[in-house]
Design a protein around this ligand. Structure first.
Ligand code: HEM
Length: 471
């Protein structure tokens, strides 16, 4: 079956000034409040009511929500150069500066080219050793806690700490002190709080006020910045230590970027600084949240947990996994894929149009925001049989071939696709394999698991789980 046969044929083009249907919202702020209160419920309601393309306003700004994989491909693959991140992700800017996530145009292309070698498959295999070591450390910590009668953990926090430690170790190598590591952790938690405030309808105002979240954001940014700057200085003076930061510091590109401080054709200290913070921010909470969801889903579906353990037993016997095992752990990878489908970290991917573009037969004007509705596509019955069901079995080659490519895009697509995608698949597979081989976990009695979309989609109020060693 062709990639697009499951999608309704494109509607006829409407006159240039025709608008897709959508909610009117409040006369002044449009639907921004409803969106901010619960972005997932909002997306479900709008796509459920208006279909593949809907239009609404955030204050004066027109926003188009897209739930058709063909339109999403047009936006993310962007063959005509019609989209930028623009103001669509402004909330991130004070955090990641000129880092890859928000950089645009030639500067983005150049930075991406220089950073790509750090994410080649071979390098990622090397990071796999760090992933395995840290997973074993968590397992040992759980064993000690259970032995002393403390079998309950917050799995969301556990997985986020684990992925943050891995992000910090692969970025900074062994050179990070314990105090610096806890400064990094503190900064990340302050960033999450602050980010949520920044997406508030009154975000710009709140950011200008000395609120608690803004104060701790600024303090955390300063502390983290000092850690990063110390590390950059150490690499410039002491040479390559084999970590990702060294690759950023010593990356070379014939073009040069003309920024003061650029050495040879490499990155300025400012660029390295922003890329390092971007990698910490983008590279841990996403994987951490997906792993937390995988645990919650395994707890609710014991038959899947049994199949996962059968694969682990068959591939590993009674030894711990190695990096070489990763390609053989298909079911573990599919559990991770299914968690990404049901709970995509980025529930919608926004862009801003820099010229008029036809989407869904309507002309989207220059300046409008478009949002690619990942949550809706990942749960759309047109592409997924029994879409709410947690079914790792659906990830067969045949299953993949019958779905449109952009029915599943947890890592985005096109030139801006996640640079850490291979890292995340390796991490998800190896951490699940290491921990699920030794542990099972059930949701704490009386707790109901509910998703909440903040920076990523995480279990609201955490994920209390009771650990049990596998016998
Ligand atoms: C399950 C884990 C992850 C998910 C779901 C995820 C998701 C995404 C998505 C959706 C984008 C594209 C955003 C857009 O187009 O607007 C993105 C970009 C990015 N991600 Fe990831 N990510 C994950 C893991 C990682 C890791 C492990 C790293 C780094 C080690 C990373 C670093 C980045 C960077 C730097 C970008 C910007 C790329 C660019 O614009 O060129 N991500 N990620």
């Amino acid at each position: 079956m062709s990639e697009t046969t499951l999608v309704a044929p494109a509607p006829p083009n409407h006159p240039p000034n025709a608008r897709p249907p959508g909610p009117k919202g409040h006369p002044i702020y449009g639907v921004l409040w409803e969106f901010h209160a619960d972005p997932v419920a909002f997306q479900e309601r709008i796509v459920g009511t208006y279909g593949d393309i809907a239009r609404f306003r955030f204050f004066h700004l027109p926003v188009y929500l897209l739930a058709n994989p063909d339109d999403i491909r047009t936006v993310l693959a962007d063959p005509e150069g019609a989209f930028v991140k623009g103001m669509a992700l402004d909330g991130f800017r004070p955090l990641v500066g000129k880092g890859l996530l928000l950089n645009e145009g030639d500067s983005h292309r150049r930075q991406r080219r220089m950073m790509q070698p750090a994410f080649h498959r071979q390098r990622v295999a090397g990071y796999g050793e760090v992933m395995l070591e840290e997973a074993q450390r968590v397992s040992a910590k759980w064993a000690a806690a259970v032995a002393s009668g403390r079998a309950q953990v917050d799995m969301d926090t556990e997985m986020n700490r684990l992925t943050l430690t891995i992000a910090a170790r692969t970025l900074f190598g062994a050179g990070i002190t314990d105090t610096e590591a806890s400064d990094v952790a503190e900064a990340m938690s302050a960033f999450t709080q602050w980010y949520h405030q920044s997406t508030h309808p009154m975000g710009a105002l709140l950011q200008a006020l000395p609120t608690e979240a803004t104060r701790s954001f600024k303090a955390a940014k300063k502390k983290l910045g000092a850690v990063v700057d110390r590390m950059i200085k150490a690499r410039r003076e002491g040479g390559d230590t084999g970590d990702i930061l060294s690759m950023l510091v010593f990356a070379r590109d014939a073009e040069g970027d003309g920024t003061p401080g650029t050495i040879g054709g490499g990155m300025s200290n400012e660029h390295v600084h922003d890329e390092a913070i971007t990698l910490l921010v983008a590279g841990h909470e996403t994987t951490g949240a997906t792993l937390a969801w995988a645990w919650a889903l395994l707890a609710r579906h014991p038959e899947v947990a049994t199949r996962l353990r059968a694969e682990l037993d068959a591939v590993l016997g009674d030894r711990a996994p190695t990096v070489e095992d990763a390609p053989k752990l298909d079911y573990a990878r599919n559990v991770f894929a299914e968690a990404l489908r049901l709970y995509p970290s980025a529930t919608a991917l926004p862009r801003q149009a820099v010229k008029p573009v036809v989407l869904g037969g309507y002309t989207v004007p220059k300046g409008a925001i478009v949002m690619c509705a990942a949550w809706a596509c990942h749960h759309d019955p047109r592409f997924w049989d029994d879409p709410q069901a947690f079914r790792p079995e659906r990830w067969t080659a045949e299953g993949k071939a019958t779905r449109p490519k952009f029915a599943f895009f947890p890592f985005g697509g096109g030139a801006r696709v996640c640079i850490g995608e291979a890292f995340a698949w390796m991490e998800g597979t190896l951490l699940l394999a290491t921990l699920a081989r030794q542990w099972s976990a059930s949701v704490a009695p009386g707790h109901t698991v509910v998703p909440e979309a903040l920076f990523t989609v995480r279990p609201k109020g955490g994920l209390p789980m009771v650990l049990a060693p596998r016998v």
